[in-house]
Design a binder for this molecule. Structure first.
Ligand SMILES: *Cc1c(COP(=O)(O)O)cnc(C)c1O
Length: 455
């Protein structure tokens, strides 16, 4: 180790050249290519950095996917902008722990970056926030604060007394992301507390009138969707905000990637009302294109968040008016995730990131138009933002759609995830990578034709 310390500049140069070759090769790297690797035992004597890099390059790198590249359209993935990679590297170099303020300005960098993100998504000063590892944790934090709010309505403290003090809880949502059920399980509210709200005909957005009927006056939680995963549909947030003035509920908005609609004047109306939400989840390792893992959570009730996550210890001091992050998030020690986001927002600004959103949206529309003209394929929904949801025209069973996905992946040119949309087995192509260009859409469309025409 101490030898490597003496060689540190060379070691980092070598790594930097290696990383640059990986990043340069991304557009031509086969998109998915997991290769089985037999596990090897713990090294007793190390082989030094050069040996480790060499071994990694031979054993593991060949099986790594091009998930950060321009034609990986599975899930909602995103890559990493150049400045965000540099910010991420410096996060490791400085190795700060922004949990508490003592002795470093790192927590203030996180606070500044959270304010920038609030501005990016059209939220005001009343929303405070923190970095967390992903939208799942962001939803978890938002729903934990919601749970504390339910306790407040009943005059009990869930943080102190436990969920038993609440009695049955209802969580209403339309097409909730799977992470919401997971959060409800972790929070002791139970997956069964989730009540599906009917959606509008042909849509994934909730029918607000039906929701109004289901709210009986007992304080409840509503999880609104700003961007569903299959079709990127948006609940009518403005109508939900209006409803909240008549019925008592906590409004949590899962805006994991749909929140980025706020960046584009053409699409910002989709998130009208977001600034009135009680808590908001936005993922950053998706459409902001920063490296894993990164998301932000916002809430208007930091006092309740503090009750849930307060980490009282004599050596940490008491939470103040400007509480340390150790009192606000599930983790205590944590990496300075904000730095990658700080770098990308500083380097490219709102304008640069707006371009990414608008380009991805235009590319999704282009692929949607091409699929609509392809006899073997059938669109399942108009393209609303950045995801194209479609299936096979002929006999689209689960097995045949899965086979189509395998054949598409086997082209090496792209990767799409499968889904079941309103009971129909389907494929999704999600555009969220800053590197994707119009020529990539041609390549993807050709891969779909090759894979699906003779299926
Ligand atoms: C991706 C996603 C999540 C979960 O995000 P992770 O970053 O994987 O934890 C939650 N909600 C929605 C709408 C998503 O798209």
């Amino acid at each position: 180790m101490l030898d490597d310390l003496a060689d540190l500049p060379d070691l980092l140069d070598t790594t930097s050249r290696y990383a640059a070759s990986v990043l340069t090769g991304l557009p031509t790297r086969p998109v998915v290519r997991a290769a089985p690797v037999a596990p090897s035992p713990l090294p007793e004597a190390g082989i030094g950095f050069t040996g480790a890099l060499d071994l990694f390059d031979r054993r593991w790198a060949p099986g790594f996917s091009a998930a950060a590249g321009p034609r990986y359209l599975g899930f909602v993935t995103g890559g990493s902008t150049p400045a965000s990679i540099a910010g991420d590297w410096l996060t490791s170099a400085f190795d700060q722990n922004p949990a508490a303020s003592d002795g470093s300005s790192a927590p203030d960098l996180e606070r500044e970056t959270v304010r920038w993100l609030a501005a990016l998504f059209g939220l005001g000063e009343e929303h405070s926030g923190a970095f967390v590892s992903g939208a799942t944790t962001s939803n978890l934090v938002g729903l934990a604060v919601a749970r504390e709010w339910l306790g407040e309505q009943l005059g009990v403290s869930v943080a102190d007394e436990g969920v038993g003090a609440l009695g049955p809880v209802r969580v209403h949502s339309g097409a909730a992301h799977s992470s919401v059920s997971k959060a409800l399980s972790v929070l002791g509210l139970g997956r069964d507390s989730l009540r599906p709200v009917p959606t509008l005909p042909g849509r994934e957005a909730i029918d607000v009138d039906r929701l109004a009927d289901e709210l009986d006056g007992t304080p409840a939680i509503v999880v609104a969707n700003a961007g569903t995963v299959d079709t990127v549909d948006f609940d009518d947030l403005r109508a939900l905000v209006d409803l909240r003035s008549r019925k008592k509920f906590w409004l949590h908005v899962d805006a994991a990637f749909g929140g980025f609609a706020a960046l584009s004047p053409r699409h910002a109306h989709l998130v009208d009302g977001l600034a009135e939400a009680d808590s908001v989840c936005v993922d950053l390792h998706k459409w902001l294109n920063v490296p894993y893992d990164s998301a932000v959570q916002f809430t208007r009730r930091r006092d309740l968040q503090l009750k849930v996550f307060r980490n009282a210890a004599p050596y940490l001091g008491q939470p103040t008016d400007n509480p340390d992050f150790v009192h606000l998030t599930p983790e205590n020690s944590r990496r300075l995730r904000a730095l990658a986001t700080w770098f990308t927002l500083t380097a490219y600004g709102r304008d640069g990131h707006r371009d990414v959103v608008e380009r991805c949206t235009a590319l999704a529309h282009d692929l949607g138009d091409r699929i609509a003209r392809t006899p073997a394929l059938r669109l399942l929904s108009p393209v609303l933002l950045n995801v194209v949801c479609f299936t096979l025209t002929h006999d689209p069973t689960r097995e045949r759609v899965a086979e189509a996905a395998r054949r598409i992946a086997a082209t090496g040119d792209t990767f799409l995830a499968t889904t079941v949309h309103k009971g129909q087995p389907a494929l999704r192509a999600a555009f969220s990578n800053w590197r994707t260009l119009p020529t990539d859409v041609t390549t993807v469309h050709n891969a779909l034709i090759t894979a699906c025409t003779d299926l």
